[in-house]
Design a protein around this ligand. Structure first.
Ligand code: ASP
Length: 299
Protein backbone atom coordinates (compact mmCIF):
# COMPACT_ATOMS: atom_id res chain seq x y z
CA UNK A 1 0.00 0.00 0.00
CA UNK A 2 1.25 3.45 -0.92
CA UNK A 3 0.76 6.69 0.94
CA UNK A 4 1.86 10.11 -0.30
CA UNK A 5 2.79 12.01 2.83
CA UNK A 6 5.85 13.98 1.79
CA UNK A 7 7.41 14.77 -1.58
CA UNK A 8 10.81 13.49 -0.45
CA UNK A 9 9.48 9.94 -0.67
CA UNK A 10 9.18 10.35 -4.48
CA UNK A 11 12.26 9.65 -6.60
CA UNK A 12 12.82 11.50 -9.88
CA UNK A 13 11.44 8.41 -11.60
CA UNK A 14 8.27 8.46 -9.48
CA UNK A 15 7.75 12.15 -10.20
CA UNK A 16 8.21 11.74 -13.95
CA UNK A 17 5.84 8.76 -14.02
CA UNK A 18 3.15 10.79 -12.23
CA UNK A 19 3.65 13.77 -14.56
CA UNK A 20 3.58 11.59 -17.69
CA UNK A 21 0.31 10.00 -16.55
CA UNK A 22 -1.10 13.47 -15.79
CA UNK A 23 -0.39 14.42 -19.41
CA UNK A 24 -2.63 11.57 -20.54
CA UNK A 25 -5.39 12.89 -18.27
CA UNK A 26 -4.96 16.33 -19.77
CA UNK A 27 -5.78 14.80 -23.15
CA UNK A 28 -8.78 12.94 -21.73
CA UNK A 29 -9.80 13.51 -18.10
CA UNK A 30 -12.97 11.39 -18.31
CA UNK A 31 -11.92 7.81 -17.76
CA UNK A 32 -13.76 5.34 -15.58
CA UNK A 33 -10.83 3.89 -13.68
CA UNK A 34 -12.32 4.29 -10.18
CA UNK A 35 -15.62 2.51 -10.76
CA UNK A 36 -16.82 1.10 -7.41
CA UNK A 37 -14.21 3.00 -5.35
CA UNK A 38 -15.00 5.42 -2.53
CA UNK A 39 -12.60 8.25 -1.74
CA UNK A 40 -12.79 10.26 1.50
CA UNK A 41 -11.73 13.91 1.61
CA UNK A 42 -11.15 15.01 5.21
CA UNK A 43 -10.39 18.72 5.40
CA UNK A 44 -9.60 19.96 8.90
CA UNK A 45 -8.43 23.27 7.36
CA UNK A 46 -9.99 25.46 4.65
CA UNK A 47 -9.35 24.71 0.99
CA UNK A 48 -10.77 25.64 -2.39
CA UNK A 49 -8.54 24.28 -5.17
CA UNK A 50 -7.04 21.27 -3.45
CA UNK A 51 -10.33 19.79 -2.28
CA UNK A 52 -12.35 20.68 -5.37
CA UNK A 53 -9.70 19.47 -7.80
CA UNK A 54 -9.28 16.18 -5.89
CA UNK A 55 -13.05 15.74 -5.84
CA UNK A 56 -13.35 16.62 -9.53
CA UNK A 57 -10.55 14.15 -10.22
CA UNK A 58 -12.49 11.36 -8.45
CA UNK A 59 -15.74 12.30 -10.21
CA UNK A 60 -14.11 12.32 -13.64
CA UNK A 61 -12.61 8.92 -12.88
CA UNK A 62 -16.04 7.51 -11.99
CA UNK A 63 -15.45 7.10 -8.24
CA UNK A 64 -17.56 8.35 -5.31
CA UNK A 65 -16.72 10.92 -2.65
CA UNK A 66 -17.47 11.06 1.08
CA UNK A 67 -16.01 13.41 3.66
CA UNK A 68 -16.16 16.87 5.18
CA UNK A 69 -14.86 20.27 4.22
CA UNK A 70 -15.68 21.83 7.57
CA UNK A 71 -14.23 19.93 10.52
CA UNK A 72 -16.68 21.67 12.88
CA UNK A 73 -19.33 19.27 11.51
CA UNK A 74 -17.19 16.23 12.37
CA UNK A 75 -16.80 14.38 15.67
CA UNK A 76 -13.35 15.93 16.14
CA UNK A 77 -15.21 18.80 17.82
CA UNK A 78 -16.61 16.25 20.32
CA UNK A 79 -13.05 15.29 21.15
CA UNK A 80 -12.59 12.29 18.84
CA UNK A 81 -8.92 11.56 18.24
CA UNK A 82 -7.40 11.62 14.76
CA UNK A 83 -6.56 7.94 15.21
CA UNK A 84 -10.21 7.03 15.72
CA UNK A 85 -11.42 9.24 12.87
CA UNK A 86 -8.91 7.67 10.48
CA UNK A 87 -9.73 4.10 11.62
CA UNK A 88 -13.42 4.78 11.09
CA UNK A 89 -13.07 6.36 7.67
CA UNK A 90 -10.83 3.46 6.63
CA UNK A 91 -13.88 1.24 7.21
CA UNK A 92 -15.81 3.16 4.58
CA UNK A 93 -13.37 4.45 1.98
CA UNK A 94 -10.61 3.01 -0.25
CA UNK A 95 -8.46 6.15 -0.01
CA UNK A 96 -8.19 9.07 2.42
CA UNK A 97 -7.17 12.53 1.24
CA UNK A 98 -6.55 14.68 4.30
CA UNK A 99 -5.62 18.27 5.10
CA UNK A 100 -4.78 19.07 8.71
CA UNK A 101 -3.49 22.11 10.58
CA UNK A 102 -0.86 20.11 12.51
CA UNK A 103 2.55 19.34 11.03
CA UNK A 104 3.03 15.58 10.99
CA UNK A 105 -0.71 14.78 11.06
CA UNK A 106 -0.58 13.13 7.62
CA UNK A 107 2.35 10.94 8.59
CA UNK A 108 0.56 9.89 11.76
CA UNK A 109 -2.63 9.17 9.80
CA UNK A 110 -0.67 7.02 7.35
CA UNK A 111 0.73 5.00 10.27
CA UNK A 112 -2.70 4.19 11.71
CA UNK A 113 -4.68 3.90 8.47
CA UNK A 114 -5.61 0.64 6.80
CA UNK A 115 -6.12 2.44 3.46
CA UNK A 116 -3.73 4.77 1.57
CA UNK A 117 -3.46 8.37 2.80
CA UNK A 118 -2.63 11.34 0.60
CA UNK A 119 -1.44 14.47 2.38
CA UNK A 120 -3.36 17.51 1.11
CA UNK A 121 -1.31 19.83 3.35
CA UNK A 122 -0.19 19.48 6.98
CA UNK A 123 0.36 22.77 8.78
CA UNK A 124 3.44 24.61 7.57
CA UNK A 125 5.15 21.33 6.70
CA UNK A 126 4.38 19.71 3.32
CA UNK A 127 1.96 19.86 0.38
CA UNK A 128 3.12 17.14 -2.01
CA UNK A 129 0.18 17.17 -4.45
CA UNK A 130 0.70 20.92 -4.92
CA UNK A 131 4.35 20.27 -5.68
CA UNK A 132 3.51 17.67 -8.29
CA UNK A 133 1.18 20.11 -10.05
CA UNK A 134 3.84 22.82 -9.75
CA UNK A 135 6.37 20.49 -11.37
CA UNK A 136 3.84 19.66 -14.08
CA UNK A 137 3.36 23.39 -14.70
CA UNK A 138 7.11 24.04 -14.78
CA UNK A 139 7.75 21.23 -17.25
CA UNK A 140 4.84 22.28 -19.43
CA UNK A 141 5.85 25.94 -19.63
CA UNK A 142 9.62 25.46 -19.81
CA UNK A 143 9.77 22.28 -21.87
CA UNK A 144 11.99 20.77 -19.16
CA UNK A 145 12.33 20.49 -15.41
CA UNK A 146 16.11 20.76 -15.58
CA UNK A 147 18.43 23.72 -14.95
CA UNK A 148 15.73 26.26 -14.08
CA UNK A 149 16.21 29.29 -11.85
CA UNK A 150 13.28 29.58 -9.50
CA UNK A 151 12.64 32.71 -7.46
CA UNK A 152 10.47 31.98 -4.43
CA UNK A 153 8.89 35.10 -3.01
CA UNK A 154 6.97 35.88 0.17
CA UNK A 155 6.32 33.62 3.12
CA UNK A 156 9.14 31.11 2.93
CA UNK A 157 8.87 30.35 6.63
CA UNK A 158 5.31 29.06 6.85
CA UNK A 159 4.64 28.29 3.17
CA UNK A 160 4.33 24.51 2.92
CA UNK A 161 4.24 24.68 -0.88
CA UNK A 162 7.71 26.25 -0.76
CA UNK A 163 9.10 23.54 1.50
CA UNK A 164 7.76 20.76 -0.72
CA UNK A 165 8.80 22.43 -3.97
CA UNK A 166 12.42 22.82 -2.86
CA UNK A 167 12.58 19.08 -2.19
CA UNK A 168 10.63 18.15 -5.32
CA UNK A 169 12.89 20.23 -7.60
CA UNK A 170 16.06 18.87 -6.01
CA UNK A 171 16.33 16.07 -8.61
CA UNK A 172 16.48 18.51 -11.52
CA UNK A 173 19.50 20.78 -10.91
CA UNK A 174 17.58 23.93 -9.91
CA UNK A 175 19.00 27.26 -8.77
CA UNK A 176 16.94 29.10 -6.19
CA UNK A 177 16.55 32.76 -5.32
CA UNK A 178 14.82 33.08 -1.94
CA UNK A 179 13.11 36.44 -1.46
CA UNK A 180 11.65 37.08 1.99
CA UNK A 181 11.73 39.60 4.81
CA UNK A 182 13.76 38.56 7.84
CA UNK A 183 10.65 37.42 9.75
CA UNK A 184 9.54 35.07 6.94
CA UNK A 185 12.89 33.73 5.78
CA UNK A 186 13.36 30.10 4.83
CA UNK A 187 13.89 27.81 7.84
CA UNK A 188 17.47 26.64 8.30
CA UNK A 189 16.59 22.96 7.68
CA UNK A 190 15.66 23.73 4.04
CA UNK A 191 18.83 25.76 3.47
CA UNK A 192 20.77 22.85 4.88
CA UNK A 193 18.88 20.55 2.51
CA UNK A 194 20.00 22.75 -0.41
CA UNK A 195 23.62 22.68 0.73
CA UNK A 196 23.57 18.90 1.24
CA UNK A 197 22.15 18.39 -2.25
CA UNK A 198 24.45 20.93 -3.96
CA UNK A 199 21.56 23.17 -4.94
CA UNK A 200 22.87 26.73 -5.41
CA UNK A 201 20.79 29.43 -3.77
CA UNK A 202 20.89 33.12 -2.96
CA UNK A 203 18.83 35.00 -0.40
CA UNK A 204 17.60 38.57 -0.52
CA UNK A 205 15.05 40.86 1.09
CA UNK A 206 14.69 42.93 -2.07
CA UNK A 207 12.05 41.96 -4.61
CA UNK A 208 13.31 43.89 -7.63
CA UNK A 209 14.38 43.65 -11.29
CA UNK A 210 17.57 41.89 -10.25
CA UNK A 211 15.40 38.97 -9.09
CA UNK A 212 12.63 39.14 -11.69
CA UNK A 213 14.90 39.44 -14.73
CA UNK A 214 17.13 36.56 -13.70
CA UNK A 215 14.69 33.71 -13.17
CA UNK A 216 12.61 31.32 -15.28
CA UNK A 217 9.89 30.75 -12.69
CA UNK A 218 8.63 33.44 -10.35
CA UNK A 219 6.84 31.55 -7.56
CA UNK A 220 4.80 34.05 -5.53
CA UNK A 221 3.21 33.11 -2.20
CA UNK A 222 0.69 34.45 0.28
CA UNK A 223 1.76 35.43 3.79
CA UNK A 224 0.17 32.62 5.85
CA UNK A 225 -1.95 34.61 8.30
CA UNK A 226 -3.29 31.48 10.05
CA UNK A 227 0.20 30.46 11.21
CA UNK A 228 1.02 33.67 13.10
CA UNK A 229 0.70 33.77 16.87
CA UNK A 230 1.34 37.52 16.80
CA UNK A 231 -1.15 39.20 14.44
CA UNK A 232 0.67 42.53 14.75
CA UNK A 233 3.66 40.86 13.16
CA UNK A 234 1.39 39.61 10.36
CA UNK A 235 0.14 43.18 9.79
CA UNK A 236 3.74 44.40 9.52
CA UNK A 237 4.76 41.87 6.84
CA UNK A 238 1.57 41.06 4.95
CA UNK A 239 1.97 43.55 2.09
CA UNK A 240 5.72 43.45 1.88
CA UNK A 241 5.93 42.36 -1.79
CA UNK A 242 3.48 43.11 -4.59
CA UNK A 243 4.14 42.02 -8.16
CA UNK A 244 2.77 44.45 -10.76
CA UNK A 245 2.67 44.07 -14.51
CA UNK A 246 5.24 46.84 -15.06
CA UNK A 247 7.80 44.86 -13.05
CA UNK A 248 7.71 42.08 -15.67
CA UNK A 249 8.67 44.30 -18.62
CA UNK A 250 12.31 43.15 -18.87
CA UNK A 251 11.82 39.59 -17.64
CA UNK A 252 12.97 36.55 -19.62
CA UNK A 253 10.65 35.55 -22.50
CA UNK A 254 10.16 32.10 -20.95
CA UNK A 255 9.38 33.47 -17.45
CA UNK A 256 6.13 32.27 -15.96
CA UNK A 257 4.49 33.54 -12.78
CA UNK A 258 3.22 30.75 -10.56
CA UNK A 259 1.28 30.98 -7.29
CA UNK A 260 -0.36 28.12 -5.35
CA UNK A 261 -3.27 30.51 -4.61
CA UNK A 262 -5.24 32.01 -2.98
CA UNK A 263 -3.64 35.40 -3.64
CA UNK A 264 -4.44 38.16 -1.19
CA UNK A 265 -2.69 41.14 -2.74
CA UNK A 266 0.80 39.88 -3.65
CA UNK A 267 -0.01 39.76 -7.39
CA UNK A 268 -1.78 42.86 -8.72
CA UNK A 269 -4.73 42.16 -11.01
CA UNK A 270 -3.00 43.96 -13.89
CA UNK A 271 -0.65 40.95 -14.14
CA UNK A 272 -3.53 38.66 -15.11
CA UNK A 273 -3.60 39.55 -18.81
CA UNK A 274 0.14 39.20 -19.22
CA UNK A 275 0.86 35.92 -21.09
CA UNK A 276 3.51 35.23 -18.43
CA UNK A 277 0.79 34.91 -15.75
CA UNK A 278 0.27 31.17 -15.37
CA UNK A 279 -1.33 30.75 -11.93
CA UNK A 280 -4.94 30.18 -13.08
CA UNK A 281 -3.85 27.57 -15.60
CA UNK A 282 -1.57 26.08 -12.92
CA UNK A 283 -4.67 25.36 -10.80
CA UNK A 284 -6.28 23.51 -13.74
CA UNK A 285 -3.16 21.38 -14.02
CA UNK A 286 -3.98 20.34 -10.45
CA UNK A 287 -6.91 18.33 -11.75
CA UNK A 288 -4.83 16.19 -14.12
CA UNK A 289 -2.00 15.80 -11.64
CA UNK A 290 -4.37 14.73 -8.87
CA UNK A 291 -6.04 12.21 -11.16
CA UNK A 292 -2.59 10.78 -11.70
CA UNK A 293 -1.79 10.79 -7.97
CA UNK A 294 -5.00 8.90 -7.17
CA UNK A 295 -4.13 6.26 -9.79
CA UNK A 296 -0.61 6.04 -8.36
CA UNK A 297 -1.83 5.14 -4.87
CA UNK A 298 -4.81 3.00 -5.89
CA UNK A 299 -3.20 1.46 -8.98
N1 ASP B 1 -3.24 26.71 -1.07
C1 ASP B 1 -1.88 26.62 -0.61
C2 ASP B 1 -1.80 25.79 0.66
O1 ASP B 1 -2.78 25.21 1.06
C3 ASP B 1 -1.22 27.93 -0.47
C4 ASP B 1 -1.83 28.89 0.51
O2 ASP B 1 -2.80 28.57 1.20
O3 ASP B 1 -1.30 30.01 0.60
O4 ASP B 1 -0.74 25.72 1.24
Amino acid sequence: MKHIVSIDQCSAEDILRILDRAELFEKNPNRHLLEGKVVATLFFEPSTRTRLSFETAVNRLGGRIIGFSDASTSSSTKGESLKDTISMVGNYADLIIMRHYLEGAARYASEVSRVPVVNAGDGANQHPSQTLLDLYSIRKTQGTLYDRTIAMVGDLKYGRTIHSLIEGMSHFRPRFIFVAPEELSLPEEYKQFCREHDLPYTETKHFDEEVINNCDILYMTRVQRERFTDLEEYERVKDVYVLTNAMLSDSRPNLRVLHPLPRVGEIAYDVDDNPKAYFIRQALNGLYTRQSIICEVLG
